[in-house]
Design a protein around this ligand. Sequence first.
Ligand SMILES: Cc1cc2nc3c(=O)[nH]c(=O)nc-3n(C[C@H](O)[C@H](O)[C@H](O)COP(=O)(O)OP(=O)(O)OC[C@H]3O[C@@H](n4cnc5c(N)ncnc54)[C@H](O)[C@@H]3O)c2cc1C
Length: 483
Amino acid sequence: MTESTPVRQEDPLPAHGHLPTDRHRVVIIGSGFGGLFAARKFAGEDVDVTLISTTAYHLFQPLLYQVATGILSEGLIAPTTREVLAKQKNVEVAFGTVTDIDLEAQTVTASALTVRTSYDYDSLIVAAGAGQSYFGNDHFAEFAPGMKSIDDALELRARIFGAFELAELAAASGRDEDLDRLMTFVVVGAGPTGVEMAGQIAELSSRTLPHDFRHIAAEKAHVILLDGADQVLGSFGSRLGKKAKKRLLEMGVDVRLNAMVTDVDGAGIEYRNASGETVQIPALTKVWAAGVQASSLGKTLSEQTGADLDRAGRISVNPDLTLPSHPEVYVVGDMISLDNLPGVAQVAIQGGKFAAKQILHRLKGDATDPKFHYFDKGSMATISRFSAVASVGKLRMSGFLAWLMWLGVHLWYIIGFKSQIGTFFHWAVSFLGRSRGERTATEQQIFARSALKQLGDEFDPKLRLSAGRPMPERSRKSGDQPS
Ligand SMILES: Cc1cc2nc3c(=O)[nH]c(=O)nc-3n(C[C@H](O)[C@H](O)[C@H](O)COP(=O)(O)OP(=O)(O)OC[C@H]3O[C@@H](n4cnc5c(N)ncnc54)[C@H](O)[C@@H]3O)c2cc1C
């Protein structure tokens, strides 16, 4: 214990911040694709960078579904940002959720449990991404976790493997009436994540689990994929959509389109079909892979600049990714609404790098680019082992070749050699063999979300931290302000 006076839990600690330095100060919000790639672009440059993020790691979201289905460990797809940026001495990594941005004062305030910290900036890059959208039905989240975070993936892993365990118990004790519900898995959303998830649950039940249980036939699990649209993988066009659907049906996935989900609870899920009939599916395990909502920081920025927000909360930015009247503030990745750019990793990566380059150009007095040019490298989705679809330029591919391409691209973009090698071996075990190396799951992973929700404001992490110094004064050098 230190001698300093502990602060009571209900008193947030006073805001403190960096010690003043003479260098241009860049603050980056978010350690996802946009934030991390922006930070890397400042390597060796004459600026001080602070990267603030809710998560202390860089999450490779495209492989979350493999964590949820026991193929990969969470560490492989989420290396610690601090370690990734360790060699870049001009970058400091700060843990915290940004709760406020003051564009006039040029400060950002972040909270980490009871600790509140303010940071001042000369240039700001906001890359806080997007969360799951339940289209106004946030209470569905308790019964149908989304697929946006490590917590989501681990909770889903525990729910999926836990459902098979409960089914085994039910079968062993003659509770046959519970079996159907326990062995039914419903995935909502037939975009890439939903398709990948449904395909993997089907493959898990048919390839990995059958030998492990004594009382149930795991391969008889009923996997249902629901979507309100009339096609699978809408963004890939109708030809690839049809191929993906065909492959899913061959794997035994029950694909139901034109199905609008109307209710989700502990017992199951309810939807309205194309004829307007309400259909109920008793199912213990539900996965929500439909819809995204941009970070609420978009709203904070919109209120201060008048920039429009679209229905998904994405903020309109200038063609060079800056905010109106704020050339020192860039917004990148899933948070932006610009020229119908999709919410994909490449938009965030290229946007982050572009913003960093623009800031450096300005500081050096070089000309900046008036427009962010996005280079579309294509998109792909896996359906099962050895089967994927890919759309690259005019090329449309499906099957084994597309799957090999998917494998190569994902391995290339996973951050860190350790993670690349680890992922490669886990894939060999799962795709060439039948087993999955990451099936560990705990009861807390399933129930922590509900427990925290029930506790609400009553939750007290009992940290007993001491107060820091107040926010130091900082005098800006002329030339720090972008022209
Ligand atoms: C399951 C899934 C599968 C996907 N598959 C693909 C795919 O196959 N191909 C593809 O191109 N794209 C895919 N995407 C989309 C892609 O992952 C996103 O487009 C990309 O991650 C966006 O990058 P970003 O930097 O804008 O946001 P993110 O990568 O989401 O990063 C946001 C960061 O901000 C932090 N943050 C959020 N709020 C705050 C706050 N208030 N304060 C501080 N930090 C904050 C978060 O912790 C995170 O570090 C997938 C997404 C998901 C969820």
